[in-house]
Ligand binder design. Structure first.
Ligand code: ATP
Ligand code: MG
Length: 354
């Protein structure tokens, strides 16, 4: 049986239901992210797991114990929030010691744990500082140390990085993941940043309007999205309009050019308009080099030089596609207005709404 089990969870505020029949099993030591747009219910599910919100119906169990009727402090859960929620009138060490003091642990044990936690987050040297004397990233590391000090059985992180700048976000997410692995603590990490979720999770729950749209490993979520919402929310997605030419053979026309998509088109007939999803990595500049690719005529709309990567937007007639190429110091990128060849890896195109 899974360590953390959420079954048929529902939450309504008055007449509005914000979480619908939410089901999820998390294994011990697993790192699971909730990824979804603002207002889709991520925090509400997390608050029900923590015990700050009572479910309208459904069950939550941790380590085989039903926790729905337990108070937050009886659930042995550590939580870190988006906003810095440190006690401003306490030093770093006092903040980390707080939960242990409340639990009336002996002073020697408190001192040892505070030391252990501060070295875990590499802030031992700042033990006597107050929160206002710390950077945002340091404050969130202290919040993490405080949440971990009581040795919780589950760690809940609600957008802990969203108030930080981009560079710190990346280094701190790696640090959180390393600490989580080291401690083997079962963790739910809430984010609306898809790159964050893809890069650090064992599994991702893509949420939409209070439901789990898809649950899977990052590779699976990205490469085999189960719905149009997941496909467009996770990663950059090009949507192309096409016309069916031969449904059984899987041939369509994109801006007048026949393309074999490598899958049967089941519920459409010749002449039907269809939509295709194409990831940027299935598009490249230049003639096709592989027989599973198709070459189309394109015109460059825009070129954004991002350093190691160059993001290009090109029109193929009515359709436009975005894709990336790597910087090549000896070959400058094309210019806007230039006519180019664009190749599409047809096998990687996903038929939407089948
Ligand atoms: N106490 C409350 N009373 C009424 N409605 C609420 C309450 N708490 C949350 N909601 C509503 O529930 C929905 C889900 O909110 P929730 O905070 O879980 O979203 P979220 O996915 O965490 O969004 P964000 O990414 O913006 O943090 C929202 O429409 C919100 O307005
Ligand atoms: Mg939230």
């Amino acid at each position: 049986m899974s360590f953390l089990t959420i079954s048929h969870l529902k939450k309504s505020f008055g007449a509005t239901t914000v979480v619908h029949d939410f089901n999820l099993n998390i294994e011990k030591g697993e790192f699971v992210s909730f990824l979804g747009p603002s207002g889709c219910g991520k925090t509400t599910v997390l608050r029900m797991v923590a015990g700050f919100e009572t479910p309208t119906s459904g069950k939550i169990s941790i380590g085989g114990q039903d926790v729905v009727n337990l108070k937050p402090n009886q659930r042995n859960i550590g939580m870190v929030f988006q906003a810095y929620a440190l006690f401003p009138n306490m030093t770093v060490a006092q903040n980390v010691a707080f939960g242990l003091k409340v639990a009336k642990k002996p002073q020697a044990e408190i001192n040892a744990t505070v030391h252990e936690m501060l070295s875990l987050i590499k802030l031992d040297h700042l033990a006597d500082r107050y929160p206002y004397q710390l950077s945002g990233g340091q404050q969130q590391r202290v919040a993490l140390a405080r949440a971990l000090a009581t040795k919780p059985q589950v760690l809940l992180l609600d957008e802990p990085l969203s108030a930080l700048d981009a560079k710190i976000r990346v280094s701190l997410r790696e640090e959180i993941r390393a600490i989580q692995r080291k401690l083997g603590i079962t963790t739910i990490f809430v984010t609306h940043d898809q790159e964050e979720a893809l890069s650090i999770s064992d599994r991702i729950v893509v949420m939409y309007e209070g439901k789990a749209e898809q649950v899977g490993a990052p590779f699976e979520i990205y490469n085999q999205p189960s719905s149009r919402f997941v496909a467009s929310f996770v990663g950059t997605l090009n949507t192309l309009d096409a016309t069916v030419r031969d449904a059984a053979a899987g041939i369509i026309a994109i801006d007048g050019k026949d393309v074999m998509i490598g899958q049967k088109i089941t519920n459409h007939k010749v002449g039907d308009k269809i939509s295709l999803a194409v990831r940027p990595e299935a598009v490249s500049l230049g003639e096709a080099t592989d027989k599973r690719e198709t070459t189309l005529d394109g015109k460059i709309n825009s070129v954004h030089f991002l350093g190691s990567v160059i993001r290009i937007r090109a029109s193929l007639g009515e359709n436009t596609v975005s894709f990336d190429t790597f910087n090549n110091p000896s070959a400058p990128p094309p210019s806007p207005g230039e006519n180019v060849k664009v190749s599409l890896a047809a096998k990687d195109m996903l038929l939407l709404g089948q």
